[in-house]
Design a protein around this ligand. Structure first.
Ligand code: ATP
Ligand code: MG
Length: 158
């Protein structure tokens, strides 16, 4: 359905804020403008839940998570940046594969199946977006994804 992404994202973050450990800060860097995108809301909520849960799970005490939306002409660019332990460069591509878990010992302790990001990738692609990660070991990780903006022509076609 047609959705204004920024207010939808605010709702998602509001819901997270109620359950986020106190030592972690969620920082919003969201524009005021209206950005219309086509969303399957259940699926997009799963994408954001997965990415934000990871950011929280892998954040250190006192860490800040930055949630950002930028406008890239034909797309919006959504990013979720944490200050966690990061992911080695040679493992970055693999985190979107099913059952892949970087650093076995550490992630075993934290729990999970290694499916979260594989599902997120599939669901972003259902929305005709792309997803990727940047990370610096010891500094943090940013997950980016894009979503096509609805323009007038596109809207008329639906
Ligand atoms: P699940 O999401 O199924 O509960 P998971 O979190 O281990 O399990 P994914 O969300 O698919 O699985 O992530 C895959 C792996 O990528 C993780 O096991 C972890 O090693 C690494 N990873 C994902 N997000 C981060 C992050 N924000 N910081 C550091 N490592 C991360
Ligand atoms: Mg996960």
């Amino acid at each position: 359905e047609r959705t204004e992404f920024v207010s939808y994202f605010h709702h998602i973050i509001d819901r997270f804020e109620m359950n986020t450990p106190e030592h972690i800060t969620l920082h919003r860097d969201l524009p005021r403008g209206k950005y219309l995108v086509w969303l399957d809301k259940d699926k997009m909520t799963q994408v954001l839940d997965n990415i934000i849960s990871n950011a929280i799970k892998y954040s250190p005490e006192g860490g800040t998570i930055q949630l950002k939306v930028e406008n890239n002409r034909h797309h919006i660019l959504v990013s979720i940046q944490d200050q966690g332990m990061g992911i080695a460069y040679d493992k970055l591509e693999k985190i979107f594969e099913r059952f892949y878990r970087a650093d076995k010992a550490r992630t075993r302790k934290l729990g999970g199946t290694g499916l979260g990001l594989a599902i997120a990738k599939e669901l972003v692609e259902v929305h005709h977006g792309k997803i990727w990660a940047k990370s610096v070991e010891g500094k943090g990780t940013t997950i980016f994804f894009t979503l096509p903006l609805m323009n007038k022509k596109w809207r008329g076609e639906r």
